[in-house]
Design a protein around this ligand. Structure first.
Ligand code: SAM
Length: 574
C-alpha cells in the first residue's frame, strides 16, 4: 500500500480526531495528516458483558466517540466535518476486559497482578516488552496501517465483483497497554508517570500477557459523497466547492419546504415526479430536478417506485411534525435570504439592509421588520418556536434551577421554553413576557393535552413597562438583537427588579474567545449590524457590570448555550 496518496485524499477535507490522546495525535501527525482535535464527551460506560468479544466493545466505544463528536459538530458548526476518527483501547486478559488504571497506584497493582497495561511501549515501558505480535503502532496508540487500509476502501473502492465479505473475528491483538485517554492533555501526564513507574518494575513486569484490542471508527458526512465523485476527476478543493455550492443546497431545501414537498411525501408515501408536480402545481421537469437535488442532499430517497422522505426530512422538514424546522426554514427563505443578497451593501455601509430587501427602513427590528404584517409576524413566531423547541430542554437543564419558584421569560415569544421549564421543574411558575401583538397570537402555539396552568402570558414592552416580579429572569436570544445602549437599558431595568439571590439566565450562541466560531453565529451577525454575538468572557463581563456574580457559562452542544449569574447581595455598611 502506498501511504501518501491515500492520506493526500484528506488534504482538502475537514478531518477531526475525536480523541485528546497525544500518542494518537503524534502518529497521525507523523503520517502527514492535517486534522483538528475535538475530544469526545462520550462516557465509556457501555455494558462490557453485553459484547460477545472484547474487540466488539472497543469498536462500539470508538464508534460512539466518533458519532458524539460528529453530531455535536453538525449542530454547532457551519461546516460539518468530512471525516471523524474515533479510537478506543482496551486490555484483555483471558477474554476479560481490564479497566484503565485510574492512577499510579492502580497501574502498579495492575502490573503486579497480571503484568498487562499501564505503561508506554514507546518510552521506558518498551524495556518490558520482549516482542510484539501485530502492529507496533497499535500498541503505541493508533493502528495506522489498518486506518490507511480503511481509507483506501473509502477512496479507492474495489470493483463490485472484486468485493469479498470477510468475517472480522478480531482486531490483531498485541501484548502491552498504555492509557490512551480521550480526555484533555492533563491526563496524558499521568500516563507518562504511569509509564515511568512501570519501568521501575524491571523484569518482574514481563511475563504473562494481556491482549490489547483497538477499535477505530471513521464517519464520513453526507457532503463528502457529493463532492467525492467530482474530486476523483479534478483537484478542486472540496472546502471551496462546498462554499461555492452551499447557497444552492440551501435554496433547494428552502424551495422544497415552501412547496411542501416533504409534507406530500410524509410517512411512507412514495410518489413519482409527475405526481409530485401535479400536487404542487409545478412543471414536471423542474420538479424532477428539485427532487433529484433533494435526493443528492439526502433529504429524499429515490427508487424505481418514486421519491420518498428520508428520516431526517420526516422528522424536521414536514411542516406539522413535532420537531419541525419548517418555520425556521421559511424565515430563512423569506427574510434572511433577501437580506443576504444585499450583504455587499451591508458590509460597505455597516447598516441593516431592510430598506433594500423589503423597501422599508427598520427603525425597530421587531415592529418594522418582523411584525409589519400578520404574515411576517406569524412566520417569525413559527421560526422562533421551531428553534426553541429543539433547544429548550438543554437550556432548561444546563443549570439546576430547582431552587427557583418563579421565572419570567422576557421576550419569551410563544412560551416554548416555558413549557419545558414547567415540565423540568414541578415547583416553578413561569411568566412569558412579550410585546402585545405577540401575546395576542400565542394561542395556536400551545400544546394540547399538557397542563400549562403554571404558565402566564403578560404583554408589555421590556424597555418601558413594569417587569413582572420573579426569582429567575430569562433572556433567550434577546441580547444579540440589540445595540449597546438598548442592552444597557434592558439589563439596568432587570438588575433593578432582581433582588439579591435571584438570578438571570441568558440563552445565546456563545462564541469562542477568538470570536470566529461557531461560524453559524458569526455569519448570522453579518446581516444584523445592530446587535452582536458574544464570547463567554464577554457575557461574564456584561452580567457583572449589572450586578450579577458567580457568572457561569454552559456550552450545551446544542444550538443555544446558557449563561447564569446571581444578583449580588448588597451589604449595608453603617
Ligand atoms: N425568547 C424566544 C426564543 O428564544 O426563541 C424569542 C427570541 S426572539 C429573537 C426575541 C423576542 O423578543 C421576540 O419574541 C420579540 O417579540 C421579543 N421582544 C422584542 N422587543 C421586545 C420588547 N421591547 N419588549 C418585549 N419583548 C420584546
Amino acid at each position: 500500500m502506498v501511504l501518501c496518496p491515500v492520506i493526500q485524499k484528506l488534504v482538502s477535507k475537514r478531518v477531526v480526531l475525536a480523541s485528546a490522546s497525544p500518542r494518537r495525535q503524534e502518529i497521525l501527525n507523523c503520517a502527514g495528516l492535517r486534522f483538528e482535535v475535538v475530544p469526545s464527551r462520550f462516557k465509556e460506560t457501555l455494558d462490557k458483558a453485553s459484547f460477545a468479544m472484547p474487540y466488539e466493545y472497543a469498536m462500539e466505544t470508538a464508534k460512539q466517540k466518533a458519532l458524539e463528536v460528529a453530531n455535536r459538530m453538525n449542530v454547532k458548526d457551519f461546516r460539518s466535518p468530512d471525516v471523524v476518527i474515533g479510537a478506543d483501547t482496551i486490555v484483555t486478559v483471558d477474554g476479560l476486559i481490564l479497566e484503565k488504571p485510574v492512577d499510579k497506584r492502580d497501574a502498579y497493582n495492575m502490573l503486579s497482578r497480571d503484568k498487562a497495561g499501564g505503561y508506554g511501549i514507546q518510552a521506558l515501558g518498551g524495556m518490558l516488552v520482549e516482542y510484539v505480535h501485530g502492529d507496533f503502532l497499535n500498541v503505541v496508540g493508533f493502528p495506522l496501517n489498518h486506518f490507511c487500509k480503511k481509507l483506501m476502501e473509502l477512496y479507492y473502492p474495489p470493483p463490485k465483483d472484486a468485493i469479498h465479505h470477510v468475517k472480522h473475528d478480531s482486531i490483531p491483538s498485541v501484548e502491552t497497554f498504555e492509557v490512551l485517554s480521550d480526555e484533555e492533555c492533563g491526563s496524558s501526564n499521568s500516563t507518562q508517570q504511569n509509564a515511568t513507574r512501570t519501568s521501575k518494575l524491571g523484569d518482574g513486569a514481563t511475563g504473562s500477557l494481556g491482549k490489547k484490542e483497538i477499535g477505530q471508527h471513521m464517519l464520513r458526512e453526507p457532503m463528502v459523497k457529493c463532492s467525492g465523485d467530482l474530486e476523483n476527476l479534478t483537484k478542486f478543493p472540496s472546502t471551496l466547492l462546498e462554499l461555492l455550492d452551499g447557497f444552492k443546497a440551501s435554496k433547494a431545501m428552502f424551495v422544497a419546504c415552501k412547496l411542501k414537498v416533504f409534507d406530500l411525501l410524509k410517512g411512507k408515501a412514495i410518489l413519482k415526479a409527475k405526481d409530485v408536480a401535479d400536487h404542487i402545481n409545478a412543471s414536471v421537469c423542474g420538479t424532477e430536478r428539485l427532487l433529484d437535488s433533494c435526493t443528492a442532499l439526502e433529504l429524499l430517497k429515490k427508487t424505481n417506485q418514486g421519491y420518498s422522505n428520508t428520516e431526517l426530512a420526516d422528522k424536521y422538514l414536514v411542516s406539522d411534525s413535532e420537531y419541525s424546522l419548517h418555520g425556521y426554514i421559511m424565515h430563512a427563505n423569506d427574510h434572511v435570504w433577501p437580506l443576504f443578497t444585499h450583504l455587499e451593501s451591508a458590509v460597505k455601509e455597516g447598516k441593516n439592509q431592510n430598506h433594500r430587501a423589503f423597501g422599508k427602513k427598520a427603525q425597530d427590528l421587531f415592529q418594522d421588520s418582523y411584525y409589519h404584517s400578520m404574515e411576517t409576524k406569524l412566520r417569525f413566531m413559527n421560526a422562533m418556536h421551531s428553534i426553541i423547541k429543539l433547544t429548550a430542554r438543554d437550556v432548561a437543564t444546563a443549570f439546576d434551577l430547582s431552587r427557583f419558584r418563579s421565572a419570567c421569560d422576557l421576550g419569551g415569544c410563544t412560551g416554548a421554553l416555558a413549557q419545558v421549564l414547567i415540565q423540568e421543574y414541578p415547583n416553578l411558575k413561569v411568566t412569558v413576557f412579550d410585546l402585545p401583538n405577540v401575546i395576542e397570537n400565542v394561542a395556536c402555539f400551545q400544546p394540547t393535552g399538557q397542563d400549562t396552568s403554571r404558565i402566564t402570558f403578560t404583554s408589555g414592552d421590556f424597555f418601558k413597562d413594569n417587569i413582572p416580579e420573579a426569582d429567575l429572569y430569562i433572556l433567550s436570544r434577546v441580547l444579540h438583537d440589540w445595540p449597546d445602549d438598548k442592552i444597557d437599558a434592558l439589563l439596568s431595568r432587570i438588575s433593578d427588579v432582581c433582588t439579591p439571590g435571584c438570578a438571570l439566565l441568558v440563552a445565546e450562541i456563545v462564541l469562542g474567545e477568538e470570536k470566529i466560531d461557531p461560524p453559524r453565529a458569526v455569519l448570522q451577525s453579518l446581516s444584523m449590524t445592530e446587535g452582536k454575538q458574544r464570547s463567554s468572557s464577554e457575557y461574564k463581563q456584561l452580567l457583572e457590570k449589572y450586578g450579577f456574580t458567580q457568572v457561569q457559562t454552559k456550552i450545551t452542544g446544542n444550538f443555544l448555550d446558557a449563561i447564569l449569574g446571581f444578583k449580588k447581595t448588597t451589604h449595608i455598611v453603617n
